[in-house]
Design a protein. Structure first.
Length: 349
């Protein structure tokens, strides 16, 4: 079925008008081949993430825009907020079915923009529709500018309040003589402060960042390992300890000759689970470093590297190869555990 083409100037004109109607900023994505499905002169596919009260307001603004601009057909889709949206967006772009206009976090713009998924805005055309740089906070406007070109307009800016305890700030050297918090202008300043006289650049120094991930992972997993050992200890027959006591064995000998051998299988299981968990570390690095690979990529994990290659750099084949290698490594660890367990059982027969 023949469908009229959507030229770039029509798209930017429609999107610019929509931005005015919604008082929002958007990212203009590469036009997909499926953008077009009505008799209107100009058609725009728009993806947004607004639900609840925000969603109702967005629907009202879109309806008002459609009523005022009957020649522009806006096909809007509201998707679930979160990482799945960005994955869907990347996959849609790979299949040449990306929307013409979309909403995303400004922090995501760099990964989607130059030479990848986003097209730059025509600033002069936007100004013709009343969207001017002078009307935005300069710092927020610049978040959407990459290599001198505007790829996104800021919207939905949240006001945040920070409460602090003066006694803690005083110990950390962050409380001024006037009783106010000393200005912290960078992440290095924040994490490099002296707490009780000890410098703790845990997440900003490559020498400490991975250690911070290791400590967090140990804390994260020790509870489950403890429960496994507790269950195993409770399963050791009491009569073994009673017989050892009658033979004159002290506490040390009972631990070495009864407890530890009886915990051998569970120890093997815990070691195997910890190795597999260490290979699959992802959540800790994401939460602690806000999706970043850490200073000088010092905390980039296997899973994070695969994700970046597949869904940020869009090297899907390479990411798939990494995943296969990752699966083989995990399978080798699991099979080695099974082989050792089988040999041990055969030796005890």
């Amino acid at each position: 079925m023949g469908r009229p083409d959507l030229n770039r100037r029509q798209l930017l004109a429609a999107a610019g008008g929509l931005a005015v109607a919604g008082s929002f900023g958007f990212a203009a994505l590469g036009t997909g081949a499926d953008a077009l499905a009505s008799s209107a002169d100009t058609r725009v596919r728009y993806w947004n993430l607004f639900s609840g009260g925000d969603g109702s307001n967005m629907i009202a603004m879109l309806d008002a825009f459609r009523a005022a601009n009957p020649g522009i057909d806006v096909k809007d889709s509201t998707l679930q907020w979160g990482n799945p949206f960005y994955t869907k967006l990347a996959m849609a772009a790979a299949g040449n079915r990306a929307p013409d206009l979309g909403v995303m976090h400004l922090g995501r713009v760099t990964g989607f923009s130059p030479g990848r998924l986003l097209d730059p805005w025509d600033v002069e055309l936007l100004a013709g529709y009343g969207v001017r740089e002078a009307d935005f906070n300069p710092a927020l406007w610049q978040r959407g500018v990459i290599d001198g070109r505007l790829y996104a307009l800021p919207l939905d800016i949240h006001v945040q309040l920070c409460f602090y305890r003066k006694d803690v700030l005083k110990k950390a050297g962050l409380l001024g003589a006037d009783g106010r918090m000393v200005p912290v202008t960078s992440a290095d300043d924040w994490f490099g402060v002296h707490v009780l006289g000890i410098e703790t650049p845990w997440l900003t120094d490559k020498s400490y960042a991975m250690l911070a991930i290791v400590i967090t992972t140990l804390w994260w997993t020790v509870g489950f390992s403890f429960l496994l050992y507790l269950a195993a200890l409770q399963s050791i027959p009491d009569h073994l300890y009673e017989a050892a006591k009658l033979d004159g064995a002290n506490a040390w000998h009972r631990m070495v000759h009864i407890t530890l051998p009886m915990l051998r299988n569970i120890t093997g299981l815990v070691v195997t689970l910890q190795i597999l968990a260490s290979l699959q570390v992802f959540d800790q690095a994401v939460v602690m470093l806000d999706f970043g690979p850490g200073p000088e990529n010092s905390t980039r994990t296997f899973v994070q590297y695969t994700l970046e290659e597949g869904f940020t750099s869009y090297r899907v084949g390479y990411a798939s190869a990494i995943s296969v290698i990752f699966f083989v490594i995990i399978a080798v660890v699991a099979l080695a555990r099974m082989w050792l367990l089988r040999n041990r059982e055969e030796a005890t027969r």
